[in-house]
Design a protein around this ligand. Sequence first.
Ligand code: NAD
Ligand code: AKB
Length: 312
Amino acid sequence: MVKEKILVIGASGQIGVELTLALRKIYGNNNVVASDLREQNPLLEGTGPYVSLDVMNKEMLHVQVIRQNITQIYLLAAILSATGEKNPNLAWHLNMQGLLNVLDIAREEKLSKVYWPSSIAVFGPTSPKQSCPQQTIIEPITVYGISKYAGEFWCNYYNQRYGVDVRSLRYPGLISYKSAPGGGTTDYAIEIFHEALENKKYECFLQEDTYLPMMYMPDAIRATIELMEAPAENISIRTSYNISAMSFSPKEITTSIKKHIPEFSINYKPDYRQKIANSWPQSIDDSVAANDWNWKPEYDLDKMVKDMLDNI
Ligand code: NAD
Ligand code: AKB
C-alpha cells in the first residue's frame, strides 16, 4: 500500500487549521505538511511540519511536492466572496492560477488525489432559491462565484482528460470558533457569536430575513474526509458536489442565541454583501452526495448554536 503524504495549501485559514488537525489524526502528524503564505499559525504550532509557501509560485510548489514526497494535495488558498468584490482581478488570479498550478503538478507527479473546495457561490439569481439541485441554471454574479464555477470545470477536465483524481464540495457558509473567517458574505453568522458574548449586541450587515445555506465546521470536515475516502467508482460528480446541513436567517439565529443569552439584541445595517447574499440559493439539495457516498449532516441550528457558545 502507498504511504500517503499530504500537503495542505492555505492551512492557516478558517478551514485549513481544522482540516490539517483532522488529517494529522488520521495520517499521522509528520505525514501532513501544512503550508500557507502566512509564516506560522499558533493553532498548528508543534503539531507537525509547516512550510511558508505561495501557491502562485509553481516552481517552489513543485519543488516542495518532490522534496516532501507528497502524494495528495488539499488546496484551500482562495479569496472569498466579499473580499473578492473589492479586488476582482486578484481574486480571479489567485483562485484560478492557484488551482491550475496544483492540477498541473498533480498530473505531472501522478499524485493519488487532490481536494479543492467550490462553494454555493457558483449559483446566481437565476438558480432555484429552494432545494437548489446539483445540476441547474448556474449564472454567478460575483468574481468569486465565477472563479469557483470555472474551477469546477477545470477539475472535471483534468479528471476526464488526464485521469487526475480531483474531488470537490460546494461548501455552504461555514461556522466555526477555532480560526477566524477569511472575508465571506456568510461571516456574519460567526461574528454574531463573538459580539453576543462580548457586547450582548450585534449590528448585522445582512437583512433579518436573508436565508442562506450554512454548515457547522465539524460536519464540513467530516464531509471532506468522507468524500476523499470514498471509492473512486462511487464519485459520479467530477465538477463539485452540493452538500447541505441547515438554512437560517439572521433573525432565526438571533432567536436561537437568545435562548442562551436572553439580553442579546441585534440591529440591521445591510451593506454591499446583501446583494451577494440575495443572489445565492436559500437551501441546497444534496441528494447526489447522499446517494454516492452516504453524506448526512449532524448539526442543525440549535445544536450548532449551543456548541459555538460552549466553545468560544
Ligand atoms: P481563508 O481565507 O480563511 O483561508 C485561506 C488561506 O489561504 C489563508 O490562510 C491565506 O493566508 C492563504 N493564502 C492566501 N493566498 C495564498 C497563496 N498565494 N499561497 C498560499 N496560501 C495562501 O479561507 P477558508 O474559509 O478557509 O476557505 C478555504 C477554501 O474553502 C476556499 O477555497 C474557499 O473558497 C472555500 N470555501 C469556504 C467557505 C467558508 O465558509 N469558509 C465556504 C465555501 C467555500
Ligand atoms: C463566502 O461567504 O464567501 C463563503 C462561501 C459561501 O463560499 N463563506
